[in-house]
Design a protein around this ligand. Structure first.
Ligand code: MOS
Length: 706
């Protein structure tokens, strides 16, 4: 992989601590807030005794439901959490805020919060995943359809020479960004100012305006840097309205920073899924039917759908495809997208089932995938805008040395290590959203770009520099990027792997507009052009949006538009203890044109680490009696560290999607996390003969009888 590309102009500020995150913003006379949370998963609040807390040193106020304004109904789900805290006596989940303590210091607020006493009534035994009824979700979380069908899957399975049917599960997982969510809120008359760690200042602005019945221009949201989000900061979670409401009531700025434990209840999680896949095939490995059923756990107050079966409608050619998704409302906080949502859990099931089918047929798993490569989208019949999965599989296999694989399980032993090689495909949907940006040229030729989008760690400023430099023919270092303020031109946010293509296209449009206004050509010195035009400054705004007939979430109505990848993994399993170590991995991706290879490589290796976590480490178990996540900390919730990961050979194949946007780029934010768990689980099967159908992979599974 060539990792040429632009280094991050924001790097030094982050490294030295100069980059300012939401909780760091100074505010004179700000009060520190601490939340008191429900200790039961359901029922109602009976009594709240705050007398002792109010007498604690430094306490300015203890706010309960009676003290807070009633907020408006949320607009357009799913962007906010529908059950806002402190709006009703009902408890929707363990950890739900029931009071806010405001004090002069954080320690005083936290101590006083520990002195608030609550009693509850009507608490019943929590309902867990697997104990509730499957229901059709009604929220805005359904991407394609809950039930999709083409051909007759029943008939396709009946006439198949070989079939496999298996049920797979994935665990509840938490995003765990380094920076916990935080909001600093104050009011300037009717104007609300929010410094908040979010994935979209536009979503926060619009949702908060609606909740407080304000015109959007009365809400300013500032967030230049976000310390990771992975989906936990995409929607509006309780810290935003609670900080704003507390600031309104107290008349002082309020700083509300989530504790690590609160990040396990107040900003969503990826819900557990249970999925059943049936595949039928002819003896020469052509699919006759693909059926994928899924159900995921959801909160009692929300019906968040994990769209796991979505990618099963476009990945493989099959005359019959049938998918079905349901949710179960159980006693837990509301889930939310987590990198990679939908395809992340879904492709574990489909790509494990493909491996099982390969073994049933006695066909190499790479070859089986190649044999089922479709010419057009199998469900919709639409042409692919660009699809280079075959190239990913071929290049990856070549690089990995796949041809040397002995297919028999347990046949590649080295000493006490059982060696296994596994493969899986990856794919991710292509969401697109309108975007805008401003480009300004000064008399000295310096260029300033303004965008509402924040830098979340993906390399936004360098990507913008690359696009401006390419369009104007200038030096990337001449471009200063200002980001993360609702006063700048809006962007949908860093979610759904859609930031770079939308913002990049808008920046390109603005830069082209600058050249047009100056009657200039790419590469001509801008200061000179400006002087010739008798100007000292020139500004242009650029916009880009998906074509008019795009469907919801910017999905193309004319093309089947996705990104692809292939993951090859080598594991070494200790024959006695069952410990799985990943010793080698090769990944190849096709995601349109790559704007900044250095940052893109970093995204894909980071995504791989997430997939490794999904495969081997991450699970947030729910206590069946207390109805709460058991380990609300990073000691009990395991995340991958560098030492877990081998040297990763990650690279892109040539791709350019001229239908996606003017840049030809597609999303890479989530793709890297897809397919990794299946590749590792398939490698574990090859090493040990034990089929892994439940994530994360546990010693007990690896050591069980085959
Ligand atoms: Mo993402 S999981 O769309 O932030």
């Amino acid at each position: 992989m060539t990792t040429e590309g632009l280094v991050r102009p924001d790097g030094p500020a982050k490294l030295t601590g100069a980059a300012r995150y939401a909780a760091d913003v100074p505010a004179e006379s700000a009060l520190a807030a601490a939340l008191v949370s429900a200790t039961v998963p359901n029922g109602r609040l009976a009594e709240l005794d705050a007398a002792e807390a109010r007498d604690c040193p430094g306490v300015a106020a203890v706010l309960t439901r009676a003290d807070l304004p009633t907020l408006a109904e949320l607009p357009s789900p799913p962007l906010g959490y529908p059950a806002l805290p402190l709006q009703a006596e009902e408890i929707h989940y363990e950890g739900e805020p029931i009071a806010i303590v405001l004090a002069e210091t954080l320690e005083q607020a936290q101590y006083a919060a520990s002195r608030v006493r609550a009693t509850y009534t009507g608490v019943r035994e929590p309902i867990a995943f697997g104990e509730a009824e499957d229901v059709v979700p009604h929220s805005g979380h359904v991407l394609g359809g809950t039930d999709e069908e083409k051909g007759d899957a029943g008939a396709g399975l009946a006439e198949a020479h070989v079939t496999v049917t298996a049920t797979y599960t994935t665990a509840d997982r938490h995003h765990s960004p380094i920076e916990p969510s935080a909001t600093l809120a104050w009011w300037e008359g009717e104007q609300l100012v929010l410094h908040s760690s979010v994935q979209s200042v536009a979503v926060a602005q619009q949702t908060m305006a609606a909740l407080f019945s304000l015109p959007p221009e009365h809400v300013r949201v500032v967030c230049p840097f976000t310390g990771g989000g992975f989906g936990a900061k995409g929607y509006v979670w309780p810290h935003l309205p609670l900080a704003a409401a507390a600031a309104k009531v107290s008349g002082r700025p309020v700083r509300l920073v989530m504790t690590r434990a609160q990040m396990f209840t107040l900003s969503g999680h990826q819900p557990a899924t249970r999925q059943t896949v049936s595949l039928g095939a002819t003896r020469d490995g052509r699919l006759t039917a693909l059926r994928h059923d899924s159900v995921n756990a959801s909160g009692r107050a929300v019906d968040y759908l994990e769209n796991t079966t979505h990618s099963s409608t476009w990945l493989y050619a099959s005359p019959a495809i049938e998918t079905r998704m349901r949710v179960q409302r159980v006693d837990r906080p509301g889930p939310t997208p987590m990198r990679a949502p939908h395809e992340g859990p879904g492709m574990f099931a489909l790509e494990s089932a493909m491996d099982e089918l390969a073994y049933e047929l006695g066909i190499d798993p790479v070859e089986l995938r190649l044999r089922n490569e479709p010419d057009v989208d199998p469900m919709t019949g639409l042409p692919f805008s660009s699809r280079r999965l075959v190239e990913c599989l071929r290049e990856g296999a070549e690089r990995f040395g796949w041809a040397e694989r002995s297919p028999e399980p347990r046949s590649m032993r080295e000493g006490n290590d059982l060696v296994g090689w596994g493969v899986a495909a990856a794919t991710m949907d292509t969401f697109r959203a309108p975007s805008s940006a401003k480009v300004r040229i000064g008399a000295d030729g310096r260029i300033v770009v303004e965008t509402g989008m924040q830098e979340i760690g993906t390399g936004l400023p360098a990507m913008v520099q690359a696009v401006v430099a390419e369009t104007l023919g200038c030096d990337p270092g001449d471009v200063e990027v200002r980001h993360g303020d609702s006063g700048f031109p809006p962007h949908a946010g860093t979610m759904g792997s859609m930031s770079a293509m939308g913002l990049g296209s808008a920046v390109q449009a603005a830069a082209r507009e600058v050249l047009a206004k100056l009657d200039g050509r790419q590469g001509q010195p801008l200061a000179g052009l400006l002087a010739e035009s008798g100007l000292t400054e020139l500004e242009a705004e650029g916009r880009w949006s998906p074509e008019e007939d795009a469907l919801a979430a910017g999905r193309s109505a004319r093309y089947s538009m996705h990104t692809y990848g292939a993951i090859f993994a080598e594991v070494r399993v200790d024959a006695d203890f069952g410990v799985v170590r990943l010793s080698r991995a090769v990944t190849r991706y096709a995601a349109g044109r790559i704007l900044n290879p250095l940052a893109a490589h970093s995204q894909l290796t980071g995504g791989f680490a997430w997939g490794y976590g999904q495969a081997l480490l991450e699970h947030s178990d729910v206590d069946p009696v207390l109805g709460r996540f058991v380990s609300k900390n990073l000691a009990g919730y395991l995340l991958p560290a560098n030492a877990d990961l081998p040297d990763l050979d990650a690279a892109f194949v040539e791709d350019d999607d001229r239908f996606a946007n003017p840049l030809g780029a597609k999303g890479i934010g989530e793709l890297g996390a897809v397919g990794v768990a299946a590749a590792i689980a398939n490698a574990v099967f090859h090493a040990t003969g034990r089929r892994v159908r439940n994530l994360p992979i546990r010693l007990a599974t690896v050591l069980s009888e085959p």
